[in-house]
Design a protein around this ligand. Sequence first.
Ligand code: HPA
Length: 251
Amino acid sequence: MLAVIGGSGLTQLANLDVSHREVLRTPYGEPSGAVTFGQICGRPVAFLARHGYGHTIPPHEVNYRANIWALTKRGAKAIVSVASVGSIRPELKPGDVVIPHQIIDYTWGRKSTYHEGQDSPVVHIDFTEPYDRSLRELLIKAAGIAGVAISDSAVYAATQGPRLETAAEIDRLERDGADLVGMTGMPEAALAREFGVPYAAINLVANYAAGRADSQHGISFDTIETVLQESMGRVRTIIESLVGCGDPSCS
Ligand code: HPA
């Protein structure tokens, strides 16, 4: 089963034929909300709204451990994260869809491992390639089949939030090699890796990052809202294509 974690602008999957919802308890507390189960083109898909269905949970308070635990224990064999981002590079414009290939983590104070406490042995996961290579390739192929233009690589900087960055912080992220900035990519990706479940991301550029292009003197939240509403349909199309709706035997 594919699981999709939706971020800002994606609190439900319109194309999901819902069968039921489950409120799950985990050893790590409560997930962001009930997990919605259903089918897309006859294939099983689970959906979870990262910020809650009413968009009330800020990035630093998302219970990433409970979310990944719940999806994995309920049978997720792959997790696709959908998240909006700011663009640091002029070529990546608002409305663009990007499949990132690398992460730099600037978050702090988040519960970022399942392996902690005196009784738990220390575990070091390999995180050289933070996103699952095969799942990324499938996403890129799915976008191609669906005819959705994407950028197929980018370095994602995960910041703490909930405030947006200063212009100087964005300059620093660029010097570090980041192309995109968002607040929810970590520790989500690392926790999925700890469980050994393939995880990849679809990032939707909502705005130019602070100090860049039309965000020179500030970031317009109205514009972000409009971009997300106009562009999320293409993200849904990629997900449909990923689960096989482009396959004529699946209609
Ligand atoms: N910064 C951090 N997170 C974001 C942004 C941004 O500019 N846009 C959307 N998520």
